[in-house]
Design a protein around this ligand. Structure first.
Ligand code: CUA
Length: 314
């Protein structure tokens, strides 16, 4: 059965995975057996009771108690097994252990933000310890998203104005992909993130040092990294290509027409405002879809991104 799971499903990297897969495989295998059996029976009886001569007349059959009870009770038993098994799994999924490590998750169009107890915020990178229950408390800043880690077998809708949560315990050090599985607009398919599972010690080290390496970088270089780390590049290219938002290339000090006809110069204040209050000014020809980075990026990081954009002027 394990071989079958490996062939059919992603690797099992959480404590929840085995139970989920066992139930999935049970439903799958039972369905395949029933499908084969019923198909065989239909073909067999169609052949056995085929019309052989002009005088063949089917006798009048009203009912058959034994047969009808059999075909009602067997599916009932199967459904009850699946129900009990599923309820057990559901209860487990919805009841996080009391000592679970909590991380706040915010879904935005189109990125995932993770807030840790230290105040550190990471974008599109979820760092967690191995062999320890982790509880995610999630909400959305705009539209409906859905948080999905196939390797852990967890998926939950992420809604605006309401918290949802899920928990899991990773069993292996390594990386796993996070998807958004609710269609949420233009860059939905780019709303990807990654889970990094660390050993307990490495996780503590990561928590303590996260972001501090940035201090040693020259601002423009840091900005270039931040643009990738914060998923700015999902919507803004650095090479002139038109994505969801305007390109960064040649943006610095350019004269830009806004939706309301006003012409602005893309200076520090404009870029800063666009990062913190993206909907204050919308470039003509684009949609007001950018999420605010207030609380995600600090002043130093905003400065660094501005420095990076300056290097892209031509
Ligand atoms: Cu967020 Cu799809």
């Amino acid at each position: 059965m394990n071989r079958f799971s490996e062939f059919m499903l992603p690797p099992q990297k959480s404590t929840l995975a085995e139970h989920t897969d066992a139930l999935f495989n049970f439903v799958n295998v039972t369905s395949i057996i029933l499908l084969a059996g019923i198909t065989f029976a239909i073909i067999f009886f169609a052949w056995k009771y085929r019309r052989r001569s002009e005088n063949d007349v089917t006798p009048v059959i009203t009912h058959n108690n034994k047969l009808e009870i059999t075909w009602s009770v067997i599916p009932l038993i199967l459904v009850m097994i699946v129900f009990g098994w599923g309820l057990n799994g559901y209860m487990n999924l919805t009841t996080p252990p009391a000592d679970a490590y909590e991380i706040r998750v915010v879904g935005k169009s189109w990125l995932w933000e993770f807030h840790y107890e230290t105040g550190h915020v990471s974008v599109n990178e979820l760092h967690i310890p191995v062999n320890r229950p982790v509880k995610l408390i999630m909400s959305s800043d705009d539209v409906l998203h859905s948080f999905y880690i196939p390797d852990f077998r967890v998926k939950m809708d992420v809604l605006p104005n309401r918290y949802t949560s899920l928990w899991f315990e990773a069993t292996e050090i390594g990386e796993s992909v996070i998807f958004c599985t609710e269609y949420c607009g233009t860059a939905h398919s780019n709303m990807l993130a990654r889970t990094y599972v660390h050993s307990a010690e490495d996780f503590i080290t990561w928590l303590e040092t996260a972001g501090s390496a940035d201090d040693d970088l020259p601002p423009a270089e840091l900005g270039e990294q931040l643009v990738v780390r914060n998923a700015c590049n999902t919507c803004h290219s650095s090479d002139g290509a038109r994505l969801v938002g305007p390109t960064f290339q040649g943006l610095w000090m350019a004269e830009r027409e806004m939706q309301d006809g006003e012409v602005i110069t893309a200076d520090e204040n404009y870029i800063r405002e666009s990062i913190l209050e993206p909907n204050a000014k919308i470039t003509a020809g684009y949609q007001p879809v950018m999420p605010s980075y207030a609380g995600t990026l600090n002043d130093r990081q905003i400065d660094a991104i501005i420095e990076y954009i300056k290097t892209l002027s031509n």
